[in-house]
Write a protein that binds this ligand. Structure first.
Ligand SMILES: Cc1cc2nc3c(=O)[nH]c(=O)nc-3n(C[C@H](O)[C@H](O)[C@H](O)COP(=O)(O)OP(=O)(O)OC[C@H]3O[C@@H](n4cnc5c(N)ncnc54)[C@H](O)[C@@H]3O)c2cc1C
Length: 389
């Protein structure tokens, strides 16, 4: 009989895992709390091993159809005067796509082979020696062989099977917000950033749809807000940026018209083990490196390939499969999480560091920047060597 796998989360990690598991003959169900695929988010990039995974999936052309390829990224003062130019392609890797477009591509190629259930969530997981009984918030009850939590930083599966979020999520003391705005700065494919003490704000064009993404990164020791209450998150952002110069106030005025407001803390997930019995975590749920690492999507895509491959290769020996998946992915995750530490230079919190960071960006030779911002991430992104399963 086919092994049945329940995956919680239909963003990147979930559908990528569904792709490989269906190919290997598993019966896959993906459950997503949102009523449809969630819109919004940043441009995410493929480089190193994640690019190889995409090639093995045969999806390079499908992703290329939505390619964003951010062009020049500049740091400007409050009057839009150039302060520093980042090396071209530093955010875009070998192939860059909006998170929401990637999610759609992955969903489209898997929806006929895997069952997708939207607008529902796991309520309880009860494991016995031959499988797991899962009850859902909707009231349904079903049995599976394995449950995979691919439900992001605030993973429901992690909370149910491993313990409360605060035991594993480590806030870095920063928050991020991002939403779509008209390309009012005529950026095309370019990006522009402005910084004040503890607050960075930027906008980058997404030429595919002629729009732009307003993005905000700010430092705060800890905010008390409801993750489901978008109105209070918007108020928080408005209050935080009320006195910030540059184009900030115009961007805030456009916030209510955006269809895809996204707000979250920058928090890393660190766990001693990503599996417990028949339950295993993947992507941000297991090891969120934060958007500052630029590696969240790669961890999700490569992790999905490895986890599915190990489950396939090890037959019913899921304990060995989970352990090999973890051994293969740990070094990559560790390096990716280290990369996020650069946030303190991106959003400096002392006047001295702010001054120093501006000098550093403007005086650092392009060759050194390339090494730091392109060569080093490329190296980290190639940490995992793919096995053939
Ligand atoms: C709307 C959105 C916007 C994002 N924007 C950015 C961004 O701008 N920059 C960036 O670097 N990263 C962003 N991310 C995170 C980025 O997608 C991940 O870091 C990375 O791609 C790894 O993906 P993932 O699939 O592991 O997790 P995620 O992309 O976080 O996906 C988790 C999925 O699980 C679903 N989910 C959550 N709880 C439940 C539940 N109880 N039951 C079922 N499903 C559940 C979520 O709705 C989501 O679809 C965003 C994620 C989302 C969902």
């Amino acid at each position: 009989m086919k092994k049945r796998v329940l995956i919680s989360g239909a963003s990147i990690a979930g559908p990528a895992l569904a792709f490989w598991l269906s190919r290997y003959g598993f019966e896959v169900t993906v459950i997503e709390r949102a009523p449809a695929l969630r819109p919004g988010g940043y441009a995410v990039d493929f480089r190193g091993t994640a690019m190889c995974v995409l090639e093995r999936m045969g999806l390079v052309d499908a992703v290329k159809e939505h390619e964003t390829r951010t062009g020049s990224i500049t740091m400007v003062d409050k009057n839009n005067r150039l302060e520093a130019k980042m090396p071209d392609g530093f955010t875009s890797g070998d192939l860059e796509i909006l998170r929401s477009d990637l999610s759609k591509v992955l969903y489209e190629v898997t929806r006929h082979d895997a069952e997708y259930v939207f607008d529902d969530s796991i309520f309880e997981i009860v494991e016995d020696c031959d499988g797991v009984d899962v009850s859902f918030v909707s009231g349904a009850n079903r049995r599976f062989d394995y449950v995979v939590g691919a439900d992001g930083l605030h993973s429901n599966v992690r909370s149910i099977a491993f313990g409360k979020e605060s035991d594993f999520a480590h806030p870095m003391g920063y928050y991020i917000a991002i939403y779509t705005v008209p390309d009012f700065l005529h950026l095309g494919d370019a990006g522009r950033y402005y910084v004040e003490l503890g607050k960075r704000v930027g906008c980058f064009g997404t030429p595919n749809d002629g729009k732009a993404k307003a993005s905000f990164y700010f430092a705060s020791k800890g905010l008390d807000y409801d993750r489901r209450d978008v109105a209070s998150q918007k108020k928080l952002l408005r209050d935080t940026y009320a006195d910030v110069a540059w184009e900030t106030q115009r961007m805030l005025e456009m916030m209510d018209d955006a269809p895809d407001f996204y707000f979250d803390s920058l928090s890393q997930v660190r766990m001693k083990s990503w599996s417990k019995g028949r339950v295993v975590l993947l992507g941000d749920a297991a090891a969120c490196p934060t958007p500052m690492s630029g590696m969240g999507t790669s961890i999700a895509m490569v992790g999905a390939y490895v986890l599915a491959g190990e489950l396939h290769a090890n037959g019913g020996d899921y304990a060995t499969a989970f352990s090999r998946y973890e051994v293969a992915m740990r070094p990559f995750v560790t390096e990716a999480q280290k990369m996020a530490e650069g946030v303190s230079w991106f959003v400096p919190q002392t006047r001295l560091k702010l001054w120093f960071s501006k000098k550093m960006w403007s005086l650092m030779p392009q060759s050194t920047m390339r090494k730091l911002m392109i060569d080093q991430p490329n190296q980290v992104a190639s940490t995992v060597k793919l096995k053939d399963y």
